[in-house]
Design a protein around this ligand. Sequence first.
Ligand code: UDP
Ligand code: MG
Length: 317
Amino acid sequence: MDLSIVIPFYNEEESLEELVEWIERVLNEQKIEYEIIMIDDGSSDRSWSIVEKMSTSRQYLKAIRFRRNYGKSAALQCGFQASQGNVVITMDADLQDSPDEIPALYRMIVDEGYDMVSGWKKLRHDPISKRWPSKVYNAVARWVTGIKLHDFNCGLKAYRQQVVKSIEVYGDMHRNIPFLAKQAGFKRIGEKVVQHRKRKYGVSKYGWQRFVTGFLDLLTLVFITKFGRRPMHFFGVLGSLMFLFGFIWAAFLGAEKLYAIKHHIKAPLVTNNPYFYLALVAMILGTQLFLSGFLAELIVRTSSDRNTYLIDKKVNL
Ligand code: UDP
Ligand code: MG
């Protein structure tokens, strides 16, 4: 199988037929053997029955229905696992992504050797309340991940099969798939300007909250990548420094007091000195941080993915 098209959908009854017919029109002109995998993320409208009906006359249209709404990430992950194509292309079901882009994306993976190509909605047909936060988000994402993409969260993306079988998209991590791919060792990440269209039917399933949760997810990923398997390098260092700082300060305050007593200088009680409490807090926080690191290390030691790695190639083995 050359190509799998993975489409997650949630209450998109008006678009589905139009979408599938359009994909067929585009791909039947190409010599590409393909399958369409549609994942119903717990729709409550007629979406599933429409897909079921379309699938009776089409062998290559495969569909999976979730029992309830789990979110786009889960739907994508499910589609990735079911996919069999050498190239996997994902797209939204709301007709905002154009199937006309499929052949070019496919070629970029097959002929130009990219591991992953992300669409870039350069001319975007969304309200400004979505476009501007998105610009900020992408700038931050570029900065922390080091991946030079303009549009991390474009639904239209193409992957080499190995990529989707190596990553795990969970929670709301679909916004950060390029980073997941990079973390899995896939470096050739490209970008293609794609047409973007106005939402024709239905409503967007995500509000402004997406930007808050997106940032948090990004932070999580960066932290996990850096310290996920060696948390003590973060907590231990921070905790030790903090404890030392507090300890030296407290010792200094004590020494000062002893000096005053010895030389009969009138000095206030140590407990009347505000700095004493700051030193104390630093010592307590330092100990807590260190302990958190230690507990995290114990968790990592027993976790099943403490030492997982992806092998690219082998010889004589
Ligand atoms: N979607 C999904 N599960 C959800 C929310 C959305 O499968 O819980 C699908 C949705 O049907 C669409 C795609 O994800 O095909 C993108 O969603 P939407 O168009 O609402 O996002 P936007 O275009 O506003 O970013
Ligand atoms: Mg949309």
